[in-house]
Design a protein around this ligand. Structure first.
Ligand code: PLP
Length: 279
């Protein structure tokens, strides 16, 4: 991935190769910050309003001062236009800024997409379950897209050490939560299952797109608290997230899901997502 453009609140566009965060920024010192990752299709950030609304909710939960929405929209527009990229990945960051300053730092970054997405989509993901060790709904940062993602990255590292591509978090009792950067879905017949938001997971923007598309594609969605065994015995599974979109899951903890190949619902929802992005 290449960083194509960076815009900073109060400064506008800056050279992507120049540093923009001070050594005493609280986002850096203590991981106090929130962010969003948004897919850019043909130069347009998909569902930007939903992402900015979630950024604001995350900021509120961490007690961060926020710039005006119009200021963030302007920051995003500058970065997206400067990147000049048809397809890409936009990230928006908000931190309290320098220690004691009271002036928030906001950044909009546009980068190229990871190169291996389509290869991964045709092969399918191998997941590994990782125990979070908390009661469902009690993780203090649950549902917040904060820059304190070290736990998420540790889970990803552990999954990779175990020969998988990505992780799925489990609460106590083996209750399925979400991936480090994805929501998780599985299918039995025409019913799709996904963990409920009150388990303390992120309300994915792509998750909402899947929900909206489901009935039109002939699927019913059930949200709830489900144990890992439900995923292991499903007919197929997939993850949803802004950048990787709909990714089929072919195995969990080394056991094939369904027939161990990418499934029909994953392909149908991927097409539906692209249609929504083209509308
Ligand atoms: N869950 C977590 C923990 C995430 O970090 C993300 C995205 O990065 C998602 C779910 C998927 O959310 P979205 O579809 O909005 O990208």
């Amino acid at each position: 991935m290449t960083l194509l453009a960076v815009a900073v609140l109060g400064r506008g566009l800056v050279d992507p190769d120049q540093p923009v965060v001070h050594a005493d920024d609280e986002g850096f010192l203590r991981g106090r910050g929130v962010f969003e990752t948004v897919r850019v299709y043909r130069g347009r950030p998909f569902r930007l309003d939903d992402h900015l609304a979630r950024l604001s909710q995350s900021a509120e939960r961490l007690g961060l001062r926020q710039p005006q929405k119009a200021e963030l929209q302007d920051l995003v527009a500058q970065a997206v236009e400067a990147a000049g990229a048809g397809e890409g990945m936009l990230r928006v960051y908000l931190t309290p800024g320098r220690e004691g300053s009271g002036t928030p730092l906001a950044l909009a970054l546009v980068a190229s997409l990871p190169p291996d997405l389509e290869q991964m989509r045709s092969r399918g993901l191998r997941l590994a379950s990782v125990a979070l060790g908390v009661e469902p709904g009690t993780w203090p940062l649950g549902g917040i897209k904060s820059t304190s993602y070290a736990v998420n990255m540790l889970a990803l590292d552990e999954a990779r050490r175990r020969g998988a591509d990505d992780a799925v978090f489990l609460a106590l009792g083996g209750i399925l939560l979400e991936g480090p950067t994805t929501n998780v879905w599985w299918r039995r017949g025409r019913t799709l299952f996904t963990p409920a938001l009150d388990l303390g997971i992120l309300a994915g923007v792509t998750r909402a797109v899947v929900m909206e598309a489901a009935s039109g594609l002939g699927y019913e969605v059930r949200e709830g608290a489900f144990p890992l065994e439900e995923l292991l015995s499903a007919e197929e599974a997939f993850t949803s997230s802004s950048v990787r979109e709909i990714m089929p899951v072919v195995s969990v903890d080394g056991r094939p899901v369904g027939d161990g190949s990418p499934g029909q619902a994953a392909a149908a929802f991927q097409r539906a997502l692209r249609q929504a992005a083209a509308a």
